[in-house]
Design a binder for this molecule. Structure first.
Ligand code: C5P
Length: 240
C-alpha cells in the first residue's frame, strides 16, 4: 500500500489517499484541542497513544460484529481505514451525567443514568457543533427517519460492547462520541476514532479522569492519563 496525496487535515489527524481508491491512510497528530479549537497544545506522544487505543477498540468492535472502517494499524501513529463519506453528525452516548449534559440538565456529574441516552450534534465548527433534535436532522436532510434509528441502534451497540470491555479493565465509560460514514459500497459503518479524546473514561473505584477533560480542565497530565488507558487495555508499553 502506498501513501499518496494529503486529502484532509483536521485538528487531530491527517488523511492521505492511497493507491487503492477504497482505502485511506490516517496519521494521528500530536495536537490537542478543546472548546472548538480555542484551546490548543502540542503534546509529544499523543498521536501514538490515540492511534494505538483506537486500533485496539476497533479490533474489539470488529470481533463483536460491529461493522466499521478500520483495516489495520501500520505504525505507532498510522493506520489504514476504508474511505467513507462522513455523515455530519456527532452521535454521543451517555451512561453517566457529565459535561454538557450536566450543564444542560443540572444533573450532577457522576450521577448514573437510568438507561443510555443518545444525542445527535451537528458537525459544524462555524456553528459550534449544536445539539440537534430529530426534526432538525430531517429538515437539514442529513439523514432519514430510518437512518436516524439505525444510527441510534448502532451507537447503543457500540456503547454496550465498550461499556463491558472497559468495565473489565476497571474503567467507567461515562460517555462517548461516535461518527459514522458511508463506504464506497454504500454501507453505513462506524468511522473516525474512539479514544480518550472522544470518550470520558474514569477509574471505577476513584473516579479519577483518564480522558481529555484532564486537558480541557487543566487537572493533570494528558499523556499519563492516556498511557494508563492503553496499559489497562493491554497495549504496548511506552517507549519514551
Ligand atoms: O461536551 P459533552 O459532554 O457534550 O461531550 C460528550 C462526549 O463527547 C465526551 O466524551 C466528549 O469527549 C465527546 N466529544 C467529542 N467531540 C466533540 C464534542 C464532544 O469527542 N466535538
Amino acid at each position: 500500500m502506498e501513501k499518496q496525496a494529503l486529502l484532509y487535515e483536521g485538528k487531530a489527524k491527517k488523511i492521505y489517499s492511497t493507491d487503492d481508491q477504497e482505502i485511506v491512510w490516517v496519521e494521528y497528530k500530536d495536537s490537542a484541542t478543546a472548546f472548538n479549537g480555542e484551546k490548543k497544545a502540542t503534546i509529544a506522544g499523543k498521536g501514538r497513544l490515540n492511534n494505538e487505543i483506537t486500533s485496539l477498540l476497533f479490533e474489539k468492535l470488529t470481533k463483536a460484529g460491529v461493522e466499521n472502517h478500520f483495516i489495520k494499524r501500520l505504525s505507532e501513529t498510522e493506520q489504514l481505514v476504508k474511505r467513507v463519506s462522513i455523515i455530519p453528525l456527532e452521535v454521543v452516548v451517555r451512561n453517566v451525567a457529565a459535561g454538557s449534559f450536566s450543564k444542560r440538565t443540572g444533573m450532577p456529574e457522576g450521577q448514573q443514568l437510568h438507561k443510555p441516552i443518545v444525542e445527535f450534534y451537528y458537525k459544524n465548527d462555524d456553528l459550534g457543533d449544536p445539539l440537534l433534535i430529530t426534526d432538525h436532522i430531517l429538515e437539514l436532510r442529513i439523514a432519514t427517519t430510518e437512518q436516524i434509528e439505525v444510527l441510534k441502534q448502532k451507537a447503543l451497540k457500540v456503547n454496550e460492547v465498550l461499556l463491558n470491555y472497559f468495565n473489565d479493565k476497571n474503567i467507567r465509560l461515562v460517555d462517548l462520541k461516535l461518527e459514522f460514514g458511508i463506504t464506497e459500497n454504500k454501507e453505513l459503518v462506524l468511522a473516525d476514532e474512539i479514544s480518550p479524546d472522544t470518550c470520558r473514561l474514569w477509574d471505577k473505584d476513584t473516579n479519577e479522569k483518564f480522558d481529555k477533560d484532564v486537558f480541557r480542565r487543566d487537572i493533570g497530565d494528558l499523556n499519563t492519563a492516556y498511557e494508563e488507558i492503553l496499559k489497562r487495555l493491554g497495549g504496548s508499553a511506552c517507549t519514551k
